[in-house]
Write a protein that binds this ligand. Structure first.
Ligand SMILES: CC(C)(COP(=O)(O)OP(=O)(O)OC[C@H]1O[C@@H](n2cnc3c(N)ncnc32)[C@H](O)[C@@H]1OP(=O)(O)O)[C@@H](O)C(=O)NCCC(=O)NCCS
Length: 151
């Protein structure tokens, strides 16, 4: 529990947290691709059974999320989001450091993440939290057979 602004970081619980996380992600990210549909993302993540999906719980409910992944080579951070009414209180920084510690405990030596180009505030947030811009181009490929409709 954080003393200044009371919330706690919990592992995601599909029964207790799912509905609120779906609502938060729809408001925050508003992705329209099927592969980023919150229900699909949650189902895929919990099927991994990796314990790398966390929420920030406030007395008003779930106010933040972060997902991490580790493949034995790199750690990844995804879906860091804080409810607009609860931002600038350190919630995302604590969610991020929680995920980082869990990745470190698995032996992870490097964490990567992607942000949309032009999102200067988010870049600054990650810089303050120790991340640096790297000279890379991000590429991706959708696996159509695992996505209900392509886009
Ligand atoms: C990016 C995001 C997750 C940050 O969440 P947050 O909880 O507001 O982040 P924090 O409070 O930890 O830090 C944000 C800022 O508040 C400041 N801050 C932290 N605690 C504070 C406090 N108690 N009082 C005032 N400011 C505070 C931090 O210094 C930081 O400042 P900076 O951005 O100027 O460096 C949030 O804005 C968000 O959900 N954005 C939309 C989704 C998104 O873009 N996610 C990233 C996708 S990869």
């Amino acid at each position: 529990m954080n003393d200044i602004y009371p919330f706690e970081i919990l592992e995601f619980n599909n029964v207790k947290h799912r509905e609120q996380v779906v609502a938060l992600w729809k408001d925050t990210f508003g992705y329209d691709s099927a592969r980023n549909d919150p229900e699909f993302v949650i189902d895929q993540k919990i099927a991994m059974l990796d314990g790398l999906f966390f929420v920030a719980a406030h007395k008003e409910g779930i106010v933040g999320t972060v997902m991490a992944g580790y493949d034995g080579h790199r750690g990844w951070i995804y879906a860091l989001a804080v409810h607009p009414g609860h931002r600038k209180k350190g919630i995302a920084s604590l969610l991020l450091s929680h995920a980082e510690r869990r990745l470190a405990s698995l032996g992870c030596a490097k964490i990567n993440l992607q942000i949309l180009r032009g999102n200067a505030d988010v870049q600054r947030f990650y810089r303050v939290n120790g991340y640096t811009l790297e000279d890379r181009i991000s590429m991706g490929k959708q696996i159509d057979e695992n996505v209900s409709n392509t886009d």
